[in-house]
Design a protein around this ligand. Structure first.
Ligand code: HEM
Ligand SMILES: *[C@@H]1O[C@H](CO)[C@@H](O)[C@H](O)[C@H]1NC(C)=O
Ligand SMILES: *[C@@H]1O[C@H](CO)[C@@H](O)[C@H](O)[C@H]1NC(C)=O
Ligand SMILES: *[C@@H]1O[C@H](CO)[C@@H](O)[C@H](O)[C@H]1NC(C)=O
Ligand SMILES: *[C@@H]1O[C@H](CO)[C@@H](O)[C@H](O)[C@H]1NC(C)=O
Ligand SMILES: *[C@@H]1O[C@H](CO)[C@@H](O)[C@H](O)[C@H]1NC(C)=O
Ligand SMILES: *[C@@H]1O[C@H](CO)[C@@H](O)[C@H](O)[C@H]1NC(C)=O
Ligand SMILES: *[C@@H]1O[C@H](CO)[C@@H](O)[C@H](O)[C@H]1NC(C)=O
Ligand SMILES: *[C@@H]1O[C@H](CO)[C@@H](O)[C@H](O)[C@H]1NC(C)=O
Ligand SMILES: *[C@@H]1O[C@H](CO)[C@@H](O)[C@H](O)[C@H]1NC(C)=O
Length: 330
């Protein structure tokens, strides 16, 4: 495994260097192979420990990578706290009282600073831990392109506008993905990350009791599943209860999510719409992934790498933050 990784990384870099002048504006799977060779191991061991007390943490962490990449590219902007120069993205509509796992990112950063000080960016931590979360949960593993640097800005308004919401319909979601260069296959494959983790009742209450102001539940919800969800999520109250995004195999990264959609058991309307929107091209993709987990895994990996490539800062742009919550020298 190690030999294979070393070999492929070394070979690819050597060949590329021989053929073309490699600009440093390119991510590389061996970016840290000399500066922090144990980076994946260090990240995995902190994640493993976090899993012990919180089986949901892997799901929470991959979501951070997604929400980071959709706002100003994968530059760690999501991780910045409020300061004199930063209006934190953590307060934005999709993130407030919802994104979690920032303390685990801090622990990973501390472990890396201990072994390879000032080397591994916070944006790369999110990419590395996403792969680790997926593979440790039964999903595919892949070599993660690295070399992103951290931004020195956050964009609260873009976080409001660019991150898809559970109430968005398929055309809204497709438009938001398209803005960052992702297509419909990416939408469906990446939505497959809803094979683990959970959502708060407040996010789905509209679907359960008063869908689009009709006074009725969303007609696309499976009737027995609707009962289960209504029991779990009462119409009144704070809505902070949790429902599993995949009610069948809750902590496992598999293709069950797509079978759930065929059974009208998507939790968010954005999930169910992939299958239930009349004539949508996403239906065929859902059917393919439900039938064929290997194809789902293959497409998921491709789309994760594509998402991870959204406008990275490379070369001398940005910085390697020492503390993921604040820009350096502030
Ligand atoms: C397609 C558009 C998407 C929409 C509309 C969407 C929306 C949501 C919403 C509303 C939640 C629940 C948040 C809460 O209740 O606090 C959620 C959770 C989650 N999302 Fe998405 N999401 C989308 C795509 C993605 C993508 C691309 C990924 C990762 C590749 C992802 C990974 C997750 C995970 C793992 C969770 C569970 C997190 C946890 O348990 O802490 N989602 N999503
Ligand atoms: C990498 O980790 C192994 C043990 O997991 C350790 O023996 C080795 O010294 C580490 N290498 C570096 C360069 O830190
Ligand atoms: C961040 O600052 C804004 C004002 O700019 C404030 O409204 C918000 O509550 C602060 N958020 C946190 C988490 O402190
Ligand atoms: C987050 O939750 C706190 C406590 O429940 C609440 O006071 C606050 O209004 C919530 N913020 C948002 C943006 O939902
Ligand atoms: C999505 O919602 C918008 C309104 O928010 C509407 O104009 C559009 O027709 C909807 N698209 C679909 C496919 O339902
Ligand atoms: C959804 O898309 C429609 C146009 O199709 C637009 O009018 C609406 O503002 C969008 N809603 C969101 C929440 O982006
Ligand atoms: C459903 O929502 C609509 C529009 O938001 C509202 O006017 C209506 O009173 C709600 N109906 C019920 C039964 O809550
Ligand atoms: C996840 O599924 C397992 C096995 O079905 C179950 O024991 C556990 O309670 C579930 N966890 C949650 C949060 O639903
Ligand atoms: C509802 O869910 C059950 C169990 O998953 C499934 O057998 C049934 O076919 C589903 N009904 C519909 C209409 O999808
Ligand atoms: C769906 O496709 C069928 C066959 O092409 C067509 O007759 C129908 O009008 C379409 N429905 C919608 C809502 O686009």
């Amino acid at each position: 495994m190690f030999l294979h990784q070393y070999f492929s990384c070394f070979t690819i870099l050597t060949i590329l260097k021989a053929l073309v002048h490699v600009s440093d504006a390119q991510l590389s799977t061996c970016y840290y192979s000399t500066s922090c060779p144990n980076v994946s191991k260090i990240v995995s061991s902190v994640l493993e420990e976090a899993f012990q007390s919180d089986p949901r943490i892997g799901a929470s962490l991959i979501r951070l990578h997604f929400h980071d990449c959709f706002v100003n590219g994968c530059d760690g902007s999501l991780l910045l706290d409020n300061s004199s120069s930063i209006k934190t993205e953590k307060d934005s509509i999709s993130n407030a009282n919802s994104t979690r796992g920032f303390d685990v990112v801090d622990n990973i950063k501390a472990a890396l600073e201990n072994s390879c000080p000032g080397v591994v960016s916070c944006a790369d931590i999110l990419a590395i831990v996403s792969e680790a979360a997926v593979s440790m949960s039964g999903g595919p593993s892949w070599e993660v392109p690295l070399g992103r640097r951290d931004g020195r800005k956050a964009n609260r308004k873009k976080a409001d506008d660019c991150i898809p919401r559970g109430s968005d319909n398929l055309s809204n979601i497709t438009a938001k993905f398209s803005r960052v260069g992702l297509n419909l296959v990416d939408v469906v494959a990446l939505s497959g990350a809803h094979t683990f983790g959970s959502a708060q009742c407040r996010v789905i209450r509209g679907r359960l009791y008063n869908f689009s102001g009709t006074g009725q539940p969303d007609p696309t919800i499976n009737t027995s599943y609707l009962k289960t969800l209504q029991d779990k999520c009462p119409q009144t109250g704070n809505g902070l209860g949790l429902a599993n995004l995949d009610p069948v195999t809750n902590y496992t990264f598999d293709n069950q999510y797509f079978t759930n959609l065929q059974n009208h058991m998507g939790l968010l309307s954005s999930d169910q719409e992939l299958f239930s929107t009349t004539n949508a091209s996403s239906i065929d993709i859902v059917n393919t992934y439900s039938k064929d987990q290997a194809t789902f895994f293959e497409n998921f990996v491709k789309s994760m790498i594509k998402m991870g490539n959204i406008k990275p800062l490379t070369g001398k742009k940005g910085e390697v933050r020492l503390n993921c919550r604040k820009v350096n020298n502030k």
